[in-house]
Design a protein around this ligand. Sequence first.
Ligand code: M6R
Length: 624
Amino acid sequence: MCGIVGYVGRPGKTTGDHGALDVVLEGLRRLEYRGYDSAGVAVLGESGVESRKKAGKLVNLINELEANPLPESLTGIGHTRWATHGGPSDNNAHPHLADGGKLAMIHNGIIENFADLRQELLAAGYSFASETDTEVAAVLLGDIYAHAGGRDLATSMQLACQRLEGAFTLLAVHEDQPGVVVAARRNSPLVVGLGEGENFLGSDVSGFIDFTRRAVELGQDQIVTITPDHHAITDFYGNPAEGTEFHVDWDAAAAEKGGFDSFMEKEIFDQPAAVADTLLGRYDVDGRMTLDELRIDASDLAGISKIIVLACGTSAYAGSVAKYAIEHWCRIPVEVELSHEFRYRDPILDAGTLIVSISQSGETMDTLMAVRYAKEQGAKTLSICNTNGSTIPRESDAVLYTHAGPEIAVASTKAFLAQITATYVLGLYLAQLRGNLFSGQIKDILADLQDIPAKIQDVLDRADVIKELARSMPDATSVLFLGRHVGYPVAMEGALKLKEIAYIHAEGFAAGELKHGPIALIDDGQPVFVVVPSPRGRHSLHSKVVSNIQEVRARGAKTLVIAEAGDEAVRDYAEFVFHVPETPTLLMPLLATVPLQLFACELASVKGFDVDQPRNLAKSVTVE
Ligand code: M6R
């Protein structure tokens, strides 16, 4: 939540055609998916700090800058906001100014003790122009700078951070110190980008991906000062610290729409590659899993007695799919828990528990806090994550990266399929370590997995059929989704997609639960998607789900069926059938989810909504 950019360049070295402002605006354009309630920038010009900010999307700020330009500068900061304290107004937009307008600050996170600090600063004679916790931090920093901080921005930031509680990334500039941006982080994301004669800060690497692919990840409770030629890291008490440099292995083009109408649609079409890349290099030619990248000892992993998956939203549905596969292949009990519920229920954890956190961003605060709690209780932690340099993998004992590439649309699509793939990789590896599956079986499952990208492509090649269905339902006000076994989390995910981007009431149910209550919702014309399991296979629930279709249809539902190729039994009971290619049941979510994603994406577009930036949401949820 909230995107943050900082930049300093040397004269003649700056990448932006017109200096800091260009770089900062480009960074904000790429980070806008993190929040779009308002946007603002501040630059250090010859006449000191100058700032512009506007409620609403970045385009409003750009219009404001055209009407009211900023001077050329080599030092700048920029912010795109997801509102927490104070509504989305011009006043509450960042940057916030302090020290008589000489200091500008931007912030991501929540300062939990802001009310006490605000009282203290009011009593000291300060006043506030906004309702935000950020302005309190800015005024505090300004006060410290003018008094205890010795008019040094980095020292003052250290002293200010010692007084702040909660989660924050703070960036500040002061007109006394041109060519310097000072930043601090606790529990909120911040990455440094290294250039030649210029340096960058971003909430994530997309904030500077157009300019450099050399990045430095920071630790918890650290302060970084960037100048055009240096970056220096300390803790909150001024002790020097080291960051970890890494290379960003995707380029700026990966974060462009590439001819699609929306990032979401493009990302749906990226899915064959996301799955293939997540499998790549994780098994050898003999079909043995090779996860040398894991930092947990193979013997420790072989001995685990329980897995708890921690995640939120779509990532939690990936965990629910994983439960079926890992329990089946490894015979290890798997619990799936929403991160925000986990640490409030006194969970039973020990050294035999493996926590598997799943997070696209690696910054979801609920999941981060749950992982920290589990570590404190002695559990081993493994993170499945799509974002290099992010906090959750850095704080986990081991990490298995998904290789979906940058996911920009707020609604997660390709990350979901890549997460499921990564959990399969993990499950097969654990089965191999524990001797639960014969190597021939692992090899067969891997062969099926390798076929998945082409099968997803087959679904995508028939996207128009799904789009047409969506276009025929512009007035739908409620859509239900039913599934069983691994089809159940697919149904939940289908419903979540529709809710979040098309603002249509949608619920996913386990089809067997229908008769225990939800069937009362069925009325004439109620659209119901049904994810039908394969008619093949030992434990086929096929006939039971076909009965469920008939039950809702008998009560007037419009039945929209996702079934396996060759399953003609469903035709008699369906208004609409979409066949996905044959695949083993456990792998079916990688195919059956895709039409539901396409449906939501198209219906949201038909309704005229901003598919990539749905209302009230942000991509990376860095508040609890
Ligand atoms: O970055 P994470 O995977 O931790 O994010 C978790 C959820 O916030 C995320 O999946 C959210 O539900 C998406 N908007 C779903 O499309």
